[in-house]
Ligand binder design. Structure first.
Ligand SMILES: Nc1ncnc2c1ncn2[C@@H]1O[C@H](COP(=O)(O)OP(=O)(O)OP(=O)(O)O)[C@@H](O)[C@H]1O
Length: 564
């Protein structure tokens, strides 16, 4: 929990402002029944009010002042509550935003392999839902708890001053009220937690169907998916019903308990009034305070349940924040994105709990080399590519860029200089142009038309009704896989990187187009270093030499000596 208090300290001023408002709100809460008390104990008894400033004024003026102060108390109370709510909403949202931003920044720094181990749903849930616990802790636990303690304390002080004999009734009422409310609150929390689980299950059922629609249809699983949805829906419905019943019972029990407490106060109070130990006005204050006991007691009981619930959420978020599979940023820049030499020095790599995948890799790649990285499926080609852009770190050994440890370079500079195009093209829901321009277009030496020609997309784009402004749909699904791959390539080639890595980036493109594409790229970018992985023998010819991965070992060989 300590980890979250620093977020509170960031907003010290507003925290004190809220505490100041709470103090005034509780003061006005305590003052609420007092004008009525003075009306009964003084004016109705034809006595002057016991305040020197107003006690000598005519009766009507005194009555008017009493009525006006009654209205004024409610007016000021409302104004402070309004101010307090606005401040709390601002405060809660500000710390929530900070908390989420820290998580998001952290996510951007964690090694990519971490995300392969975790479900993305879990990470999204932690980032969006679990983080809300900090807002709950601030606005629904800490501040209400402070308000309730102040109010309870104030009530005790006032009652103690008026009549100590009746204080025992309060002592009796509070534990009974607290235990009953806590019992019911617990039941409500349990049901509402279950309801939330069911609702999130409902959401994942729909999400699963949307993401896997074709598989569901191919294997005729519609009925089974529909059943899953139906079960979660009816579970959610019955839990909703239970929740409403519990909430109604809660209100009912609280009202009855307060009525019981009031009855006891009336019993003893009336007797004391008759024996002149208590005034009618004091009795009114007692009854009014008894009613206002419900608010703080309910709030304390809710705070306890909420605390346990939020603690679980906060723990989950903090475990993400404390994740140490971090990629630490360096300080150096790669001048003009020029990489003269990439060197692997005794590099070993293994994914957590797997066998050593890369064993003692030693090789150098020089500026403008064209390198084919080959090896059978699962041999570690993509892994080598991911090490070069620091998506993952070597388990042992060093990667040197221009004779310096890769870790010394700023990640942004490294990734400006080495551009990776992965196996699966990733497009956004936008136009072809927007997708291509996602890269650092302003720094490019090429223009869009030239790049479209290089990746053999010019004719295709020209024939589209909206040309380059055609929308590609969600994840680019309105295009073929080969077209998506070529847009991904165009996006990369528009950068001013010194090294391009194409990880089977043309695997879905037909052989003839692929040939033109490779030739175009090798001609236009002859001065750049190009590393590409491939399973197609005909692609080897574009390389100067091969890097072959075999059983974890990497060796350099001439393309004529190698057969895929
Ligand atoms: N995040 C991960 N966690 C654990 N193991 C992984 C992870 N990513 C890849 N692997 C394993 O590492 C090995 C190498 O994977 P990699 O993707 O580098 O192979 P590849 O040579 O590129 O294969 P392909 O030619 O099929 O694309 C595989 O056995 C794979 O199962």
């Amino acid at each position: 929990m300590k980890g979250i208090f620093r977020y509170f300290f960031r907003y010290k001023k507003i925290t004190f402002f809220i505490l100041f408002q709470i103090l005034f709100i509780q003061l006005f809460q305590l003052l609420k029944p007092w004008p009525v008390k003075f009306a009964f104990d003084y004016l109705i008894e034809k006595k002057n009010l016991p305040f020197s400033a107003v006690g000598h004024l005519p009766f009507d003026i005194q009555l008017f002042i009493l009525c006006a102060s009654f209205v004024l108390i409610y007016f000021l109370l409302g104004a402070f509550v309004l101010l307090n709510n606005i401040s709390k909403i601002y405060f809660g949202n500000a710390i929530l935003t900070d908390f989420r931003m820290d998580i998001y920044r952290k996510l951007q720094k964690i090694q990519i392999s971490y995300f392969n181990k975790k479900s993305s749903g879990d990470i999204i849930y932690r980032t969006i839902n679990d983080t809300q616990s900090i807002q709950v802790i601030a606005t629904k636990i800490i501040f209400p708890l402070i308000s309730s303690i102040i109010l309870l304390f104030g009530i005790f002080v006032v009652i103690f001053q008026i009549n100590q004999k009746l204080l025992f009734v309060f002592f009796l009422t509070i534990p009974v009220l607290f235990l009953s409310i806590s019992f019911l609150n617990n039941a409500i929390f349990k049901v509402s937690n279950k309801l939330r689980e069911k609702e999130s299950k409902l959401l994942s059922t729909v999400e699963y169907f949307l993401n896997n629609m074709s598989i569901v249809r191919i294997f005729n699983m519609e009925d089974s998916e529909h059943k899953k949805f139906q079960t979660s829906s009816s579970d959610a419905l019955s839990l909703n019903l239970q929740l409403n019943i519990f909430e109604t019972i809660h209100a009912w029990v609280v009202n009855v308990l307060i009525a019981l407490g009031t009855a006891v106060i009336l019993w003893f109070g009336v007797k004391q009034v008759l024996s002149n130990d208590l005034t009618i006005g004091d009795l009114i204050i007692f009854i009014s305070y008894l009613e206002s006991l419900y608010g703080p007691i309910n709030s304390i009981s809710q705070s306890i349940s909420l605390y346990y619930e939020s603690r679980a959420g906060i723990k989950r978020v903090l475990s993400l924040l404390n994740e140490n599979e971090l990629i630490v940023d360096g300080h150096e820049c790669i001048k003009d994105n020029i990489i003269n030499c990439i060197e692997f020095k005794n590099v070993n790599f293994l994914y957590e709990s797997n066998n050593l995948l890369i064993k003692d890799a030693n090789f150098k790649i020089f500026r403008s080399d064209k390198v084919a990285l080959v090896g059978k499926s699962g041999s570690g080609k993509t892994t080598i590519a991911s090490l070069l852009v620091r998506f993952n770190e070597p388990t042992m050994g060093d990667i040197l860029i221009n004779d310096k440890d890769i870790k010394e370079f700023k990640l942004s500079s490294l990734r400006d200089s080495i551009c990776l195009v992965g196996q699966r093209p990733i497009l956004f829901n936008g136009t072809i142009l927007e997708n291509i321009k996602y890269s650092n277009f302003d720094k490019s030496n090429c223009d869009i038309d030239e790049i479209l020609k290089i990746v053999c997309l010019d004719d295709f784009v020209k024939n589209l009704p909206d040309g380059i402004h055609t929308h590609v749909g969600e994840r680019g699904y309105m295009l073929s896989e080969g077209q998506r791959q070529r847009i991904s390539l165009a996006r990369a080639l528009l950068t001013n990187a010194g090294v391009f890595i194409f990880d089977e980036a043309t695997s879905a493109i037909d052989i003839n187009t692929q040939k033109d594409l490779f030739e175009n790229i090798m001609n236009r970018f002859h001065d750049k270093t190009i590393i590409y992985t491939t399973h197609r023998p005909e692609n080897l010819r574009y390389s100067d030499y091969l890097l072959v991965i075999q059983e974890g070992r990497i060796f350099k060989t001439d393309k004529s000596n190698f057969k895929i």
